[in-house]
Each structure stands twice: as C-alpha cells, then as structure tokens.
Design a protein around this ligand. Structure first.
Ligand code: FAD
Length: 542
C-alpha cells in the first residue's frame, strides 16, 4: 500500500525537542513532518516556568555548571554527556535568541546582557528566563518560525502508535526504521506515514502517576514505541517529584516554580513553623528531591494534606515583578501571593530515564533518533539539576539534526509500499469504561507503590498489578479498533512496568530512587545505570 504521506524526516512530538530539531532539519533543506497529538501549548515545554541553565555570566563557567550537574546526578551522570551539554549551553541560548525568543534582559542598561535567576542545586545565578513563563515564550517563537517554514508540515491531531521497521515489514537489508503508524484523531483512521528517518520527541512519562505537574500528553509514548521496536531503555526508576505543586481542589497540574524558593520563598508547616533546615543544611535551596522527600515525610508525620510555600515577607512589588504569571494564576484560586502562603504538595515532574541515545541522539535502531525528555542521554544521572532539561532538548536537537543531515545521502528513499495497519479482525470498542478504569487504577497504584519512597513489597505488588493490567489491555487491543485512550493506556502500562523493573533491579537508594529496604548508597565506583534490553527484560518478567 502507498503510504498516506512521505517525508525525509518525521518528528513525533512538537515540544522544544521536536520543534528545535525540525527547524534545524528544514533549514538544512530537508522535508519534515511534525506530528503532534495535541497543540504545542499542551506540552511540558510550553508549561516550563523557570528557565534554561547556561553558564553565560562572567562569574560563572561551564566547569561550574558541570560540577553542579554532576553533584545533583549523584554519581550516575555520564561525564562525556555533561561536558558536551554544558559547553554547548551558551550556543543553545544564542540559537533560541536567533529564532526570536525574547529572554528577560539584565536591567534597563543591559547592553544585551540577560537577567539570570538561581535555582536549587545551582552554585551560581545561571538560569536564562522569560519572566516566569519561559516555556511559553520559547514554544511560541519556535512555533511561529515552523509555521512559516516551507520545509515543515504539521501533522496535527495525530497520535503515533508504533514505529514501522524493515524487519517487521520483511524488507531485505539491515533492520531500519522507515515510518510510523499514527491514529488520525479527527477521522479515527490509522495512517501509514513513511520517512527516511524518524525522530522521537514525545516528552516524558509522568502521567503514570496520579499527581503530576505534566500536561496530559506525557504518557511515555515514544519510550514505549522505541522499546517495542527493540531499543534499550535506561534508568526509569529515577522519577523527579516536584516539591511544590498547588494543592487546591480546582487545580489540575499547577506547578509553583522553584524560582520562588530561589528568590527567598520559605516552606512552612500548617502551624507556620519552617522545617527545611532540619532536613538539609541548604534549607529551601536543597535539590528538589531532598525538598520533595522532606515535604512527603512532614506530611506523613503530621497527617497534613499539604504544606505552605511563603514569599509574602518580600516586598509586594518585587514579588509581582518576578512572578507575574504565578501571581495572576493563583489569584484565580483566591490566593494573593504577596500576602498568603501557597498550599503545596509534591507531584511527579520529570522522567530522568528513557530511550538510550548517544551524543548524536541516535538510538539502537538505524534511522531512529530521539531527543528531549523521552531519552536517556546520561546528562541527569540519578537526579536532574533544575533547568537542564530544556537545555538538553536544544543541544540534542542540534546534535541530531547535524547527524541526520550528514547521513541523509546514505539513507534509503521513503518506502513506496508499506503494509497498512491491520484492522481486519477488530470491531468498535463497546466497553470504554474498562479503559478509563484501568487508567485510573494504574496511576493510583504507581503513586502508592512506586512513588517518592519505595519498598520491595510495594514494588512486587505494583509489578503483579501491572502484569494483570497488561493481560486486559492486550485482550482489548487485539479485539477492538484503537482509540487515543487505549493507545495511551497501553503505553502507560508498558512504561510503568519498565519503571518497576528498573526500581526492582536497583538494590540501593541513590538520587531520586529511595527504597527503604536498601537505604544505603553504594560507593560511586560501584554505581551502575539500569539498562533494560527488550528480550532480556521480557525474560525477567517470565
Ligand atoms: C510545569 C513544568 C515546568 C517545567 N519547568 C522547567 C524549567 O523551568 N526548566 C527546564 O529545563 N525544564 C522544565 N521542565 C521540564 C521540561 O519542560 C521538559 O523536560 C521539556 O520541556 C521536555 O520537552 P520535550 O520536547 O521532550 O517534550 P514536551 O515538551 O512534553 O513535548 C512532547 C510533544 O510530543 C507530543 N506527543 C507525545 N506523544 C505523542 C504521540 N504518540 N504522537 C504524537 N505526538 C506525541 C506532544 O503532543 C508534545 O507535542 C518543566 C516541566 C513542567 C511540566
């Protein structure tokens, strides 16, 4: 069958990772299709508030940025990756400015200098930002550039289901990724899209948890697709929980930026007492996992629903200048941050693990690249340093495009014939309640059993539950036409399972992974990444 569309490159995902790689590829003259299941305003990138880390101040250096990243990473960062990223950071900022992103200037007489904030774990002020809505400014500027680019076509309202490989298509030659099946959410039909190269930029997987700061799009689709296509996945046990998400019955995923603590905000118990100094000498400026665990411990100890983040002791004008958007949004919930403490709880925020990639963003499968939060590059180790992730998107977007352009001459042309998605034995689903029930069940047991603090027993219980869910999902998947929710549920269950497998195989507590049955941290010389290999993990399950 002739594919419904063909491109040099299809980028699956249109957050900062996807948009930046697409622009660079199109600027190099390639035809690019950018697939997104929702508008880019519903991506983690667009929701980012704090900013992008780069050592651009005269008082700072890439070496200091590197040291802070390594310290946060708790002995598991890949040094070559950290070195590469921190040194490329100033170029990444310049590239974004060239695309029209307007960052907050240093002051009235700035002469081009940018204002820098400081966040937890950073020893210097090095966070480039656009007030407190950096992601929105970045995504808006890049989206505008993409929209006017002749070489790029948005494939909107489409959710990528599975990668198409020559191996599965029985096409001769070494196994290679040659396209993607995608559900067109408007027509309800599955399309076959051919490409010489595919880039996954589908973001993280925090929706496996009940409480998350992420948009609905973060269902780990790219990680699941790559795994099913035979790629290794690593370090999924390292999930970062943001310490301060608004606790309010009407708020869904309302994050309160770390910059609020960076600018002097303090954490208080419901009776007004501060508690962070008892947990870490850095107090509120300790890395976010320590702050999240401290809040979790205080909430469990005192039986509190939330704690409070308070910046009301600062001058109101200063607060409103630094945090205009947070102030405006919280006002809609009846909270005046210049006077009221903000009720907060921790929530799943960032997936440090993902598809294994090298410094060119190449995966294990020929013709398949991955950038952004769906990857494991080795940058974050056992814990991500704040504001390094938007940076990772831009730096690896550049690296991927450089390699893809260089390799394009040797990549085969888009396949003229690909087997269509097989719908011959399926009917329309009749019991969608099963899908929504399983979705809720998965997210709740992941929160309860594979959350901020883990135990062997809870992990074993979670693994048992996810295996049962797999059986039900497989039955549903085999008999009914796919829907958006079913595709996401299947991916969530797989990514949850990979997270549990990684957590079970780490017999220590390190960085973001805290297991009460293994409270010690092994010496760094014995620290290992948890790398899952598709066939081998399947055997682990048996
Ligand atoms: C509230 C919040 C604040 C943050 N603040 C910061 C910060 O200040 N600094 C920082 O460095 N990091 C921050 N982060 C983390 C950072 O925003 C993310 O790590 C980063 O934006 C990820 O970018 P991405 O391009 O990989 O994914 P996303 O930006 O999440 O984009 C994923 C894209 O993939 C699409 N997609 C997903 N699955 C499919 C599919 N199957 N088919 C088609 N399309 C698909 C989505 O629609 C979306 O377009 C924050 C995150 C959140 C949630």
């Amino acid at each position: 069958m002739t594919p419904s569309a063909a491109f040099d490159v299809v980028v699956v995902g249109a957050g900062l990772g996807g948009l930046s790689v697409a622009l660079r590829l199109a600027d190099a003259g390639l035809s690019v299709g950018v697939m997104r299941k929702k508008r880019s305003t519903e991506s983690s990138s667009a929701w980012a508030q704090g900013g992008i880390a780069a050592a651009i101040d005269v008082e700072d250096s890439p070496a200091r940025h590197e040291a802070d990243t390594l310290e946060a990473g708790a002995g598991l960062c890949r040094r070559s990756t950290v070195d590469f990223v921190v040194n490329e950071a100033p170029n990444a900022i310049r590239w974004l400015q060239d695309q029209g992103v307007e960052f907050t200037p240093a002051g009235p007489n700035h002469r081009g200098a940018l204002h820098l904030t400081r966040e937890g774990g950073h020893s210097r002020r090095r966070i480039v930002h656009a007030a407190d809505a950096t992601g929105k400014a970045v995504v808006t500027a890049l989206e505008a550039r993409v929209a006017e680019h002749d070489g790029i076509q948005f494939l909107d309202d489409r959710i990528g289901i599975d990668l198409i490989t020559t191996g599965k298509q029985r096409i001769a030659g070494p196994n290679r990724c040659v396209g993607v099946y995608a559900l067109n959410r408007t027509t309800g039909r599955v399309e076959t899209i051919a490409a010489r190269t595919i880039v996954l930029a589908t973001g993280g997987a925090s929706k496996i948890y009940l409480y998350t700061t992420n948009p609905d799009t973060s269902t780990g689709d790219g990680i699941a697709m790559a795994w099913r296509a035979g790629c290794r996945v690593a370090n999924m046990e390292f999930v970062q929980f943001h310490p301060t998400c608004l606790f309010h019955p009407l708020a869904k995923s309302e994050l309160i930026s770390e910059a609020v603590r960076g600018e002097g905000g303090v954490l208080r118990l419901p009776d007004g007492r501060r508690f962070m100094d008892a947990h870490d000498p850095r107090g509120e400026l300790a890395p976010r996992d320590i702050v999240a665990r401290a809040i979790d411990a205080e909430m469990k100890r005192g039986g509190f629903d939330c704690v409070y983040l308070d910046i009301s002791h600062k001058p109101a004008a200063e607060i409103l200048e630094h945090f205009p958007n947070i102030a405006r949004r919280l006002q809609t919930f009846g909270i005046d941050i210049t006077r009221d403490p903000i009720p907060v709880v921790p929530a799943a925020h960032y997936s440090c693990g993902g598809v294994v990639t090298d410094l060119n963003a190449a995966t294990d499968l020929r013709g398949l690249y991955a950038v952004g939060e769906c990857t494991w590059t080795g940058l974050h180790g056992a814990n991500r340093l704040a504001s390094n992730s938007l940076l990772e998107c831009v730096v690896f977007g550049a690296a991927a495009s450089k390699r893809i352009v260089a390799d394009m001459a040797s990549a085969p042309p888009p396949a003229a014939h690909l087997a269509p998605w097989d719908e011959s034995r399926v009917t329309d689903p009749d019991e969608l309640v099963i899908v929504s029930h399983n979705w809720d069940e998965l997210r709740r047991f992941m929160w309860d059993y594979v959350g901020i603090v883990r135990t062997n027993k809870r992990l074993a219980r979670a693994r048992h539950r996810v295996e049962l869910l797999h059986e039900e999902i497989a039955e549903f998947y085999g008999n009914f036409r796919v829907t958006n929710d079913l595709i996401e549920l299947r991916n969530l269950a797989l990514v949850a399972e990979l997270t549990i497998l990684c957590a079970q195989s780490r017999q220590e507590s390190r960085g973001l992974h805290c297991n009460r049955d293994y409270p010690e941290t092994l010496p760094d010389s014995e620290a290992r990444d948890t790398i899952l290999i598709p066939g081998a993990a399947a055997r682990m399950r048996a």
